[in-house]
Design a binder for this molecule. Structure first.
Ligand SMILES: [Zn+2]
Length: 312
């Protein structure tokens, strides 16, 4: 009987792709009470990573846990919840959604029992309202169904300016990004611990997505982040990094802009300049896997920004 029972249990669990331990998550301490959950994936959501392609961070306070970004699905949110429960008895009381791309907030619903407030910018909340179900469908398609159906739990505390908040006795700042990586990104600064939980305004060892971006806002934003001199940076994608990682990303985005502008001034179309832009960025390719593929995908967006800037 116990053997039969074990077999049935094993069958039940192997039939589900969505168990918490489907995801090889670890909570890495980066400062006292501050943890990074870093995905090993450097790809878009796909059947292998089951949608887990973005990072989260959390801060344990004396009144509950503050979670920054909740992953690409309710299943990933549940896995994050289990991981946090192994680290502290405190429940997740507050969530910050850095921006509206579905890999950063679709896990919200897993925390519905304990969460008291979900923060985002007003722009992000509006974009989530407009596109929520299409993110669920898109990720299901990209992961061959592994990301599953996620119920939607939207942000309800909307940030319209840089805001200092206190959770328990922990002080944090939520800062606006000037719509640099995408419209409405915010990020978290723990000044007393010099920790920046950045979301997608920082990528470390993965080529950033620039098709929803404004590079002319993003490059100066990175200069501001460098001036803050964080000891630790948790990026939205890639390994935990520091000021050197911020400088490298700034240089990459500047080089991308310069290469497109140079070719634009020689009257080339986006399609005609793609190969030379990829060649110009070659010195960065070892640090940013997927560089050529993302340049091909996103160059027309950067081209339009360079064109618009040339008419100012
Ligand atoms: Zn992302």
């Amino acid at each position: 009987m116990p053997i039969l029972f074990t077999l049935i249990l094993a069958l039940l669990f192997s039939a589900s792709p969505l168990r918490a331990d489907s995801f090889p998550m670890q909570a890495k301490v980066v400062a006292p009470g501050v943890y990074a959950i870093i995905t090993p994936s450097r790809d878009l959501p796909n059947p292998q990573n089951k949608g887990w392609n973005s990072n989260s961070g959390f801060v344990i306070t004396n009144a509950g846990v503050l979670l920054f970004d909740s992953g690409s699905s309710a299943a990933i949110g549940s896995a994050i919840k289990s991981l946090i429960a192994k680290t502290t008895h405190q429940p997740v009381r507050w969530i910050i959604n850095s921006h509206a791309h579905g890999d950063h907030w679709l896990g919200n619903h897993a925390f519905k029992d304990t969460v008291q407030a979900i923060y985002s910018s007003d722009i992000t909340a509006q974009r989530i309202t407009n596109n929520a179900q299409s993110w669920v469908e898109r990720f299901k398609k990209m992961t061959a169904g592994a990301s599953g159906d996620s119920a939607i739990l939207s942000p309800d505390r909307l940030i319209t300016k840089n805001t200092d908040l206190v959770f328990g006795s922990t002080k944090v700042s939520l800062l606006l990004s000037a719509n640099s990586h995408s419209p409405g990104d915010i990020f978290l600064w723990l000044a007393d611990r010099k920790v920046l939980i950045a979301g997608d305004v920082v990528y470390s060892d993965r080529m950033p997505s620039t098709r929803d971006s404004e590079l002319q806002h993003w490059i100066p934003l990175l200069d501001q982040l460098i001036a803050m001199q964080p000891d630790v940076v948790i990026p939205g994608h890639g390994a935990v990094t520091d000021v050197a990682g911020l400088k490298r990303l700034r240089d990459l985005l500047q080089a991308f802009w310069d290469a497109v502008q140079h070719a634009y001034q020689a009257d080339k179309t986006a399609a005609e300049m793609t190969a030379e832009v990829i060649a110009a960025l070659a010195p960065f390719s070892q640090h940013y896997p997927g560089l050529a593929e993302k340049v091909r995908r996103d160059i027309s967006q950067v081209y339009l920004q360079v064109e618009a800037a040339s008419f100012r």
